[in-house]
Design a protein around this ligand. Structure first.
Ligand code: SAH
Length: 634
């Protein structure tokens, strides 16, 4: 709930606009601020105060309890010029609220949290729980001091800046490679480390999964202790350290622990077992093996126990989902401690161990079955799953890239793409992002590299212009990917749409895209599709229409369309849509000059109903559409 408070009429109007426009629920607090502010502070998780910052500080100061519990507070000045994230930038959500308020009111967001304003990822915004010396390590990251990263296993985390594993290499900007990683890592300083071999093939010997070239080689097994056993790596109390581990280690003054979602707890319980007993056994089992409860990603049990109140409540208290399996599936799992009781009651010799192993999908038991009076618990560790985001960057202009695409780029630790596209978005990447850029023609290699990096556990963004699934990287990558990684697609504005918006409304009725590149598709196949489009009167957008060595295909395709369409059929030629040098030409089938067409151009040919209206290309919605307005949804 977002609380809205004001002192003046202008403030009241601002609150009304926010209440109407913000997607989250809001509540307006009328009345004297001296009473309204404490009430809103107690009731809401975020506040917007239309009030000078000084007055806001005086009202809020006596209410402050701590940054984990205080609501985030944004103040807006009388003229609605600034939305200031005053309190609770990260934990309280004030930074993002300031952005949202600024969007609605058309004012400037003011964010002063160090990590946001410098582009450095705040440790408390990582996707997994973080504990330990967060402030000290954040300070070191901001100062650009060497901060070490140690990973018991590689989980798909965003890039972290200034990751050093070797002493004495600070400021060494050499790209990670076998020579640079003879120890257990390398030092990356400053912005996104650009590691751009001429081709992806050249990158592979350094970058394959399991190679140490990524500077993030897995450390010793999770059972390892904090001290020693790590070659040249310095003591973590001497140097700040970010340690990705599900194992509880001794606290150190300058160590942050990131808890990956690596553990699954299998639970069995007799009918009526209490939540306290189940939860107690879970905690005890984890503690006995020095495992962090914050790494528990799920509780697992038998289908028959899916409504058992003690188990359901334990999952709720831990804030994790409860997953269940049928007795037959559980019975098929080989477990170290089968027993007769569940076999008689449920038809499986194991619930806790079998459910933990099943939910861990190929993982291993790390705590064998432990029993209390009415419950059983076992813990399994699941293998990490890397994450591949296939991200469309849009046609070129930054404001035609989706916010989601931007978020995915910032969630990645590895970015794979064509060098010219990487350049386009380099400023968005988190410092420390590993960039694997390659030239034209290395598509399959890029796809393989991206999948291999994800398979190694990393958070990978594979980028492409327009939509990454349209004549681009998504299909070669997904043809390569198995079920062992998570894949997300982020759609982008494809060239045909960017061009259509410049031309008018050429795609108002059925349309098709055809690539005229016969490099990988035999020409007879392309020609058959052009003929089919011609015969079925589809609006056609040609991608890859013409290059220096490929110049007869476009005239040939146009002549096929001309067999079914009038010579004055409108044709739009759009070059470099939304990029520098953008050019839009509206011509006709008979009038098109192929010399205006190159490889950064799309050509859109109208159907028999397409018209030019006031210099714009318009394809009617349908011949009878005007009469059927009431029946058709727009
Ligand atoms: N994935 C891209 C298409 C890749 S195929 C997308 O969805 O847009 C490459 C072809 O796309 C180019 O030969 C050209 O025909 C077209 N193209 C890509 N970007 C373009 C732009 N900004 N303006 C015009 N055409 C573009």
């Amino acid at each position: 709930m977002i609380g809205l408070l004001w002192a003046t009429a202008a403030g009241r109007r601002g609150c009304e606009r926010l209440a109407a426009a913000l997607p989250e629920p809001t509540r307006r607090y009328d009345g004297p601020l001296g009473e309204a502010v404490p009430r809103a502070f107690a009731e809401c998780d975020r506040l917007v105060l239309f009030l000078a910052t000084g007055a806001a500080v005086r009202l809020l100061a006596p209410l402050l309890a701590g940054k984990d519990t205080d609501p985030g507070v944004v103040t807006v000045d009388e003229a609605h010029t600034f939305a200031v994230a005053l309190l609770g930038g990260h934990a309280g959500g004030a930074n993002s609220l300031a952005g949202a308020v600024a969007d609605v009111l058309g004012c400037a967001p003011v964010v002063t949290t160090a990590t946001d304003s410098s582009g450095t990822p705040a440790l408390d915004t990582l996707p997994y729980p973080v504990e330990g010396a967060v402030a000290a390590v954040t300070r070191a990251l901001l100062d650009g001091s060497p901060v070490h990263l140690r990973e018991d296993a590689i989980w798909p985390l965003p890039a972290l800046p200034v990751i050093a594993h070797r002493p004495g290499t600070r400021g060494d900007a050499a790209p990670p490679g076998p020579a640079a990683t003879a120890g257990s890592g390398t030092t990356w300083t400053g912005g996104a480390e650009r590691f751009a071999p001429a081709t992806a093939a050249a990158a592979r010997p350094h970058q394959g999964p399991g190679a140490s070239g990524d500077g993030r080689s897995p450390g010793p097994t999770a059972g390892g202790t904090a001290a020693g056993g790590d070659g040249g790596r310095p003591q973590e109390d001497a140097e700040p350290l970010v340690w990705v581990t599900d194992t509880v280690k001794p606290r150190a003054a300058r160590t942050v622990f990131v808890r990956p979602p690596s553990l699954v707890v299998g639970v069995g319980a007799s009918r009526g077992a209490g939540a306290a007993e189940v939860l107690g056994l879970v905690r005890e089992s984890l503690a006995g093996a020095s495992l962090s409860v914050r790494s528990v990603s799920a509780l697992a049990t038998a289908d028959a126990k899916r409504d058992e109140p003690g188990i359901v409540a334990a999952a709720e208290r831990l804030g994790v989902p409860l997953v269940t399996f049928g007795a037959a599936a559980l019975a098929r799992v080989a477990v170290p401690n089968p027993s007769d009781a569940p076999l008689r009651a449920l038809g499986t010799p194991s619930v806790a161990e079998a459910a933990a192993l099943l939910a861990a999908r190929g993982g291993e038991l790390v705590v064998e079955k432990r029993k209390s009076a009415m419950a059983t618990v076992a813990v399994a560790r699941r293998p990490p799953r890397g994450r591949l985001a296939v991200v469309g960057l849009g046609p070129g202009a930054r404001d035609l890239m989706t916010p989601r695409a931007e978020r995915e780029l910032r969630a990645a630790s590895v970015v794979v793409g064509l060098d010219q596209y990487v350049r386009q978005i380099e400023d968005l990447l988190r410092p420390g992002t590993r960039v694997l850029a390659s030239g034209l023609g290395a598509e399959e290699e890029r796809a393989r590299t991206a999948v291999a990096e994800a398979r190694a556990g990393h958070a990978v963004a594979l980028i492409g212009s327009g939509d990454a699934g349209v004549y681009a990287m998504a299909s070669p990558a997904l043809a390569e990917a198995a079920d062992d990684i998570d894949v997300v697609g982020v759609p982008g504005v494809t060239a045909a749409l960017a061009a259509a918006a410049l031309l008018g409304a050429p795609l108002g009725h059925d349309h098709v895209s055809i690539s005229l590149s016969d490099l990988h598709t035999p020409w007879p196949v392309i020609e058959r599709r052009v003929r089919a489009a011609a015969e079925s009167d589809l609006v056609v957008t040609f991608y890859n229409p013409r290059s220096r060595g490929r110049d007869w295909q476009l005239p040939k395709a146009l002549s096929i369309l001309a067999g079914h369409r009038a010579p004055d059929t409108p044709v739009g030629v759009v070059r470099a849509a939304s990029r520098p040098g953008e050019r839009t030409v509206l011509t006709t089938l008979a009038g098109l000059d192929p010399d205006t067409v190159d490889m950064v151009t799309v050509v859109t040919v109208g159907n028999t109903a397409t018209r030019t209206v006031a210099g714009r290309m318009v394809t009617p919605r349908g011949y009878r559409w005007q009469h059927n307005l009431a029946e058709e949804a727009e």
